[in-house]
Design a protein around this ligand. Structure first.
Ligand SMILES: [Zn+2]
Length: 338
């Protein structure tokens, strides 16, 4: 979420130098997590994967980048997207002779011990295995030994292959074709039933499901986003962004259903561009009501207000009378009315 907001703002306002650095750091973290998620591809059907969890234990708040719940253990992964060469000496990290201010090992240890404490509190007794995962192929760390809970970029793939094999052997099942989920979305607690590996489908045990549900029920809100620069509707640059290269698009000609990006040549359906702009508006202004005239201003290059209204009607639920009408998400409306 933080990354998506910053990414949107980076196109629509001028960042100061420190904001740009923040954006770069957030972007790098996000890309690292996406890269890490790719290792979950084709994982056993009974694995439960919970990403970006914010929890509270022993009066302390902590975050888990990725938690893997297998049938035998819980794996915590602290994902790092560092680049270049580092040295590990006496459990401290150095880059060009300077010690890293935030020691990733200390972070991992804190997370590990708070999570164990939480499990104990909840009444579960499960082995917990924690690892730092350095995902960037341009990262090197000197001074590690096998004793360190560290996975280097060249080791992650093998680590997961071994883990998958272990799970398949334990259950007497064969590899499946399950795909992983996008970051930020918690995997379904009952995985999809694949279409025919021929083998008996592996399902998470009741304990796995119960524990995952338990964890999801006690998630705390992510701390407020302190890194986001302040912004308002008036000062942000309006317009539709190319879905491919993120440059601003010139408007479509009056009767055309498509817009061509003059920067990269990408051709996109106008309605899709409008819908994308609406979603961006909702992301940046979650407390504002969706109104046609506002979105009309936001899209800027669409000269026909009816086109905007049509997209809103197609994808949202209209509420109120003509002059004061606004649009809500279908799901939100449905939930309110249940
Ligand atoms: Zn483009």
């Amino acid at each position: 979420m933080e990354y998506l907001i910053m990414e949107s703002l980076s196109n629509r306002m001028k960042f100061s130098k420190s904001e740009e650095e923040q954006y770069f750091a957030i972007k790098k973290g996000y890309e690292g997590e996406v890269l890490f998620d790719s290792y979950y591809e084709n994982c056993p059907e009974n694995w439960l994967i919970l990403n970006d969890l914010w929890l509270k234990s022993n009066n302390s708040i902590f975050q888990i980048d990725s938690l893997l719940i297998t049938s035998t253990a819980h794996y915590i992964f602290e994902v790092k997207n560092l680049t270049y060469e580092y040295l590990l000496k006496n459990n401290r990290f150095y880059r060009n002779g300077n010690e890293l201010k935030h020691n990733p090992l200390t972070q991992l240890e804190r997370c590990d011990s708070l999570y164990r404490h939480l499990l104990k509190q909840l009444g579960y007794n499960v082995p917990v295995i924690s690892n730092l995962a350095f995902v960037n192929p341009d990262f090197t760390l000197f001074g590690t030994t096998e004793d360190h809970p560290i996975l280097l970029p060249t080791q992650i793939k093998l680590f997961f292959e071994k883990l998958k094999r272990k799970e398949w052997n334990a259950s007497g099942s064969t590899p499946s074709t399950r795909k992983t989920t996008a970051r930020g979305i918690v995997t379904t607690l009952v995985p999809d039933i694949g279409s025919g590996s021929g083998a008996e489908q592996m399902k998470p045990t009741q304990t796995q499901i119960k524990l995952a549900k338990h964890l999801l029920s006690i998630l705390i809100d992510k701390p407020p986003l302190s890194n986001i620069p302040s912004y308002d509707f008036e000062t942000l640059e309006k317009g539709l962004l190319c879905l491919n290269c993120r440059t601003f698009l010139a408007g479509p000609s009056k009767y055309k259903e498509h817009i061509v990006c003059h920067h990269c040549g990408h051709v996109e359906n106008t309605r899709k561009c409008i819908l994308n702009a609406i979603k961006e508006y909702q992301l940046l202004f979650p407390n504002e009501k969706l109104k046609t005239d506002r979105i009309f201003k936001w899209c800027k290059v669409i000269i026909c207000q009816r086109k905007i209204r049509r997209v809103l009607l197609e994808h949202y639920f209209k509420e109120g009378n003509t002059n004061t009408s606004f649009y809500s998400d279908f799901l939100k409306v449905a939930n309110q009315r249940i």
